[in-house]
Design a protein. Structure first.
Length: 257
């Protein structure tokens, strides 16, 4: 079987899989917990449907298909960034001091990556190169944010439970694949687009499996953390402030080196 046909078969199978994961999220009422992630899943189904309509009407690689793909790609990139912020909010939001510290860092990282993509996207096809750089830099921000979330979770003794753990794992894995793919595209390697498409389809299939595993069983009831009540927050605020100051000192020492 040719690589092009294999890529098309896997790509076609992803459509029903995306719809199934989206339906599973709606059945589990995930929007009460992760509204932006659910919105991303719904948007993903709509965008992929529009892209396949362009393929059926004009053919893969046609000007119409390319236009639909590249006009919808920035929307998906920003929606995936919002889904990441949703995961971080759900994990750190109940811990008010930690979330107050982490939220501006996430916003700053996204802004810096957008500016970096604009500065580095110089070439003949400026819009194309900007979208590639934008996608790669934002996916770097996704991976860095997920690593930061892991570090903060371990530091404060928080465990990412289902569905957050598998949703975050899926986002991180897919972001790493996009970084590798876009880097290879920007290096202008002599590879046909079908190789990139096949790798992307396989990676996203693995991501969908992780998300489906997270949503397969009814969502567990979330226990309110100790810092969520006003009384316990008052009692432990000094401890949290001390840890935050310690973390701040560590970051300052790293920047001075």
């Amino acid at each position: 079987m040719e690589i092009q046909h294999l890529s098309e078969i896997i790509g076609a199978a992803l459509g029903p899989a995306e719809l199934a994961v989206c339906a599973l999220a709606l059945v589990r009422r995930l929007w009460r917990f992760l509204p932006y992630f659910v919105a991303y899943l719904v948007l993903l189904v709509l965008v992929e449907g529009a892209r396949w309509c362009a393929v059926w009407a004009a053919g893969a690689g046609s000007p119409a298909h390319s236009w639909v793909y590249w006009m919808s790609q920035p929307v998906l990139i920003l929606a995936r960034a919002a889904a990441l912020a949703d995961v971080c909010r759900a994990a750190l939001g109940p811990y008010r001091g930690v979330w107050k510290f982490a939220r501006p860092l996430l916003m700053l990282a996204a802004t810096l990556m957008l500016a970096l993509a604009a500065l580095r996207s110089n070439g003949t096809h400026w819009i194309f190169s900007y979208l590639i750089f934008l996608e790669r830099e934002l996916e770097f921000a996704v991976v860095i944010s997920l690593l930061s979330l892991l570090v903060l979770s371990r530091y404060y003794g928080m465990a990412l439970e289902r569905p957050l753990n598998l949703i975050a794992l899926g986002l991180g894995f897919y972001s790493c694949q996009i970084i590798v793919r876009d880097t290879m595209i920007l290096m202008a390697l002599n590879l046909q687009w079908w190789w990139f498409s096949l790798a992307n389809s396989i990676a996203f299939a693995i991501t969908l499996v992780a998300w489906a595993s997270a949503l397969w069983w009814p969502l567990p009831e979330r226990a309110r953390p100790e810092l969520s009540s006003a009384e316990s927050y008052e009692q432990t605020s000094r401890v949290v402030s001390g840890r935050m100051r310690e973390l701040n000192e560590r970051l300052l020492n790293l920047m001075r080196q």
